[in-house]
Write a new protein. Sequence first.
Length: 248
Amino acid sequence: MAGNMLANYVQVYVMLPLDVVSVDNKFEKGDETRAQLKKLTEAGVDGVMIDVWWGLVEGKGPKAYDWSAYKQVFDLVHEAGLKLQAIMSFHQCGGNVGDIVNIPIPQWVRDVGATDPDIFYTNRGGTRNIEYLTLGVDDQPLFHGRTAVQMYADYMTSFRENMKKFLDAGTIVDIEVGLGPAGEMSVMTSTWKQTSKQQRQRLAILSGNCQTMLESTTTLPRKPNSSRTTEHTSPRRGSFSCHGTPTN
C-alpha cells in the first residue's frame, strides 16, 4: 500500500504573491515571507513558484540586470528547505480588471514601441496590447541591436549565472517560460468576431516562407511509371497568395 501511495504522489507547489518583490525591484517583506514559508513547510508542501519579472530585473536598461531582490527571496526558500519553480515572466503583470499589482515590461522596450508600435499585438480595431512583444519581432534586431529572442536568451543566461548557487543546490527544480500576454500562448483579448490584425513583421515572415515553399514545390517529383512531371505555376483556386490575400 505504501508503495502505491508513493508511486501516485503528486508534488504540491504554492504560488508566491505577485509582489513578493516590489514594483521598484526591492525585497521588503522578509519577515512576512519567512513566516509564510514556515507555514507552508509545516503544511507539507514541496515548494513554491515565483514570477521572475523581466520588467523588474532588466528595467534600468539593456543588460543592466539586478537580481539582488530575487536572490534574497531564493535564500529564504532555500533556508526553509523548499523547492523552487521559477517563471521567466517576459510579460506585463497587471493592467487588467481587478489587478492590484502592475509591473510593465521594461520602459526602454516600450520606448521602441512608441516609434514602432507594430512590435505589439494589434487587433483589427487598432488596439495595441503592450503586455508582450509580438512573435513577429522574434528575429528583428529592433531593441538596441538585439532581437526579442536574443533579449530573452541573454536574460535567462544571466539568471543561470547569478542563481548558480540555487541551481547547484537543487533548490531550483523547474524553470518555466511565458509565451504571451499573461504568460499564456495567446494573442490578445478581442471583441466578438474580431480577429487579430497581422502586423507587417509577421506578414513579411509569412510572405517569405510562403514564397520559399512555392519555389520548392513548383515542380513535383515524377510518379513511378510516369514520364511526365506536373507543373504548378500558380496557386489553386480558393487558396491564399504569398501576400496573404485569397486568390480566385
